[in-house]
Design a protein around this ligand. Structure first.
Ligand SMILES: [Fe+2]
Length: 231
């Protein structure tokens, strides 16, 4: 919700900005990184981060904005077929935007605490569910490595069972689309590792755990549990 008092106010803002009403309503932007491009080196190079964030993520955002503009036009024209035809673009680009937004927050350099999971409710849940952090990472890596084509590996909170789970999603599909709360995402697209690791994908999966921002993951877990208990 943008909080406009009226449609006319929104239209006026659109005119002031020199853009259509649709452009105002559907504008998504690439979030700034909380760190420099070289923060994750040597696990992920500055070159990959720059391309991944500035080019790949930006392309999903541009695709999502374009699809939402077309959707608004199709809704205004009451064109149901056009609205349905836009769903794949919304799913792909919307997922790309949401997944990468989580991914950037999930990571932090080793010198700033990357890979360190200190005593907390999430650590207890991981040990209770998977045995240890090492067993969790091995499970995520095995499942993620088995994705055919592109996709994501996820540590999630599954409200249906009230606990942690490990799942994968194809392409840019979101964990939330299958009812899970995403806590930690591992981008398994080639654009996430190929410049640094070439075809040795397993090395990328092994190393990425060194730059996981467990503080961020733990906050997502605490929020998911609180929401689950309140429901
Ligand atoms: Fe990516």
């Amino acid at each position: 919700m943008l909080g406009f008092r009226s449609v006319s106010a929104a239209r006026q803002l659109g005119r002031v900005a020199g853009r259509s009403l649709g452009a105002v309503r559907s504008k998504h932007t690439v979030p700034e990184l909380d760190y420099d491009y070289d923060e994750l080196e040597p696990v992920i190079s500055a070159k990959i981060m720059q391309l991944h964030h500035d080019k790949h993520h930006a392309t999903y955002v541009a695709g999502l904005n374009a699809a939402e503009e077309k959707l608004l036009a199709a809704q205004a024209a009451n064109d149901v077929a056009a609205q349905v035809a836009l769903q794949p673009a919304l799913r792909f680009n919307g997922g790309g935007h949401v997944n990468h937004t989580i991914f950037w927050k999930n990571l932090i350099g080793e010198k700033n605490g990357g890979g360190q999971l200190h005593a907390c409710a999430l650590k207890e849940a991981i040990e209770q569910t998977f045995g240890s952090l090492e067993k969790l990472s091995a499970l995520v890596n095995a499942k993620t490595a088995a994705i055919q084509g592109s996709g994501w590996g996820w540590l999630t909170f599954d409200p249906a069972k009230g606990g942690l789970d490990v799942i994968t999603t194809a392409n840019q599909d979101m964990a939330a689309a299958v009812g899970h709360v995403p806590l930690l995402g591992v981008d398994a697209w080639e654009h996430a590792y190929y410049l640094d690791y070439n075809n040795v994908k397993a090395e990328y999966f092994k190393n990425i755990w060194r730059v996981v921002n467990w503080k961020d993951v733990a906050q997502r877990y605490d929020a998911a549990v609180a929401k689950h208990r309140a429901a």
